[in-house]
Unconditional design. Structure first.
Length: 313
């Protein structure tokens, strides 16, 4: 699919309307993700879309330092030194990282999904993970996955926000897509998220509970890496529907949102780290009026339990 085409630095410079040297500087500062094919630097459309999404944030956040983490149980990357890495994809983590910097802590960012974040925390490749994984059996968020993916580990689960998950559809919802069963309509083309993402796990759990065969959904096997790239693809007419968070729809024209379920977005820490100075500082920040006021400008999220300990497992 078009979204998976490798982009060169020249391509990215054209999309962003900057010079090629500026693109290389963004790579050097860790502001845009890239990869190498031999000696050539390449990008995905998702890398570019994620950079644009962060850049469009109303308060123009100062850049944060990002790192790559490997969460494979077979190829884990050992931690290097006393780094403090926040893992997850919500802009709230970029803001939190910048607050920690003001207190003298260099909090790095790893932009990976919920499933990988929990595995990375289990392997000590990151120090704080975020998750919005729904379990169909308990109909609860995150706690069942912490127990499964971090066996034998005492963990503390702290709320960051609540967000609405739903369908991205084109303006006017021409295919009349309102619930999960509508994905099986013959004239509906679906675009999926990658395995391990919170949206993909919510979809698969719902399909299982409703006894809907994924093979009956046209496009189920077509995967996209980020909410923004998925939303843009639907707006361009490459698909009729995709699943993601509501806030993204405010960044994309010719798109409507069909709300389905409120999700809980939590921060997960190993209990042994609760006495670390950077963790104590982070929790104070989460519970501060100043931080809550900063988040008030981010539409689409509900911060009613921000900083509250939801569970200890």
């Amino acid at each position: 699919m078009e979204q998976k085409r490798a982009l060169s630095a020249v391509d990215v410079a054209g999309i962003l309307h900057v010079s090629k040297n500026t693109v290389y500087e963004l790579i050097r500062r860790g502001e845009i993700n890239s990869y190498k094919v031999g000696r050539k630097i390449r990008f995905t459309q998702e890398d570019v879309d994620d950079y644009i999404a962060r850049s469009r944030h109303e308060k123009q956040l100062p850049p944060v330092s990002s790192v790559s983490v490997q969460s494979s149980l077979l190829n884990g990357v050992p931690p290097q030194g006393r780094e403090f890495i926040l893992s997850g994809q919500d802009v709230i983590l970029d803001i939190l990282s910048n607050y920690l910097r003001q207190y003298g802590y260099q909090a790095l960012r790893a932009y990976v999904g919920s499933f990988e974040s929990l595995l990375s925390l289990y392997q000590d490749n990151v120090q704080a993970a975020t998750s919005h994984l729904w379990d169909g059996d308990s109909e609860d968020y995150n706690i069942p996955y912490v127990r499964r993916l971090m066996p034998g580990t005492h963990a503390v689960i702290i709320n960051l926000s609540y967000r609405m998950q739903g369908f991205y559809v084109q303006s006017g919802n021409p295919k009349q897509i309102y619930d999960w069963k509508d994905l099986t309509k013959e004239n509906v083309k679906f675009l999926n998220r990658r395995k391990g993402s919170g949206s993909r796990i919510l979809l698969d759990e719902k399909l299982m509970k409703l006894k809907i065969n994924p093979g009956d959904i046209r496009g189920y096997a077509d995967e996209i890496g980020s909410h923004l790239t998925l939303a843009n693809a639907v707006a361009r007419g490459e698909a009729d529907v995709g699943l993601g968070t509501e806030r993204v729809t405010r960044q994309v024209d010719h798109l409507e949102f069909v709300p389905l379920q409120e999700e809980r977005y939590d921060l997960i820490l190993k209990k042994e780290m609760m006495e670390y100075s950077e963790v104590r500082t982070m929790i104070r920040i989460l519970n501060s009026r100043e931080f809550r006021a900063e988040l008030a400008g981010i539409s689409g999220n509900d911060y009613r339990d921000l900083g509250k300990i939801m569970a200890e497992v």
